[in-house]
Design a protein. Structure first.
Length: 231
């Protein structure tokens, strides 16, 4: 796998906000690299898309962030839009080597800050999130120009949303107070996300392209995809 020196995997599942490990395509000790991706997907009660960038240090750990746009079609945030920023860090604890362990293992921690819009005439809610968990993946070479990396992520998922009003005339679906009065409330949800990501790298000359669909569970069925290029 040394011939893949300089490659870097950068993608976020965007709506699912599961930032990808940049070092998934390179061996431990290979040169550091950067990359960028764009994409989108749908999840329970919403859809969205965005862009991400980051850096990997010699296939050992990765840092990056994704910036995403959301549009909600159901739930307490129905009719609202949102923008989120999610920085993350990934540590590649075990890297598979030839004739050794066939599976690589990494662990990722991401923290999300989300800003909502469109809740006139009352204040917009605000959100925070956190996820942490392991990822298992295996690199499979498919000739000299393609690399297939099936990956499974399982993580603990925390989401907290602060609502500043329960008024019945607000745009969102946050109708917590039947009397129409205003009041503060925090909705905190604990969950699990599980994603299958059949990652594909394609070399075309000196350019390396990524095609990265995903599907799984995060408070409901989620599906989407990302595309990117390595530098």
């Amino acid at each position: 796998m040394r011939k893949l020196i300089g490659l870097c995997f950068l993608s976020a599942t965007l709506v699912a906000t599961s930032a990808r490990a940049q070092g998934i395509y390179i061996d431990r000790g290979d040169p550091s690299a950067i990359s960028a991706t764009v994409g989108g997907g749908i999840i329970k009660d919403g859809w969205g898309g965005g862009a991400m960038g980051g850096w990997t240090y010699r296939g050992v750990f990765d840092v990056g962030a994704d910036l995403s746009y959301y549009k909600y079609t159901g739930g307490s945030n129905k009719n609202l839009s949102g923008i989120s920023l999610t920085p993350f860090v990934t540590f590649h604890a075990i890297k598979a080597e030839e004739d050794e362990l066939p599976i690589s293992i990494s662990a990722t921690l991401g923290v999300q800050r989300q800003f909502y819009t469109g809740n006139s005439p009352v204040a917009n809610p605000e959100g925070w999130g956190l996820y942490v968990g392991p990822s298992l993946y295996r690199r499979i070479e498919m000739g000299g120009s393609m690399l297939f990396v099936p990956e499974v992520l399982v993580a603990y998922d925390l989401k907290a949303t602060r609502y500043y009003s329960g008024a019945l005339d607000q745009s969102s679906g946050n109708l917590r107070d039947a009397s129409g009065g205003a009041g503060y409330a925090t909705d905190m949800k604990h969950g699990v996300r599980a994603l299958l990501r059949p990652n594909l790298l394609v070399k075309a000359g000196n350019t390396k392209y990524l095609v990265m669909p995903y599907a799984g569970y995060q408070s409901g069925f989620v599906v989407g995809g990302n595309v990117g290029a390595m530098f």
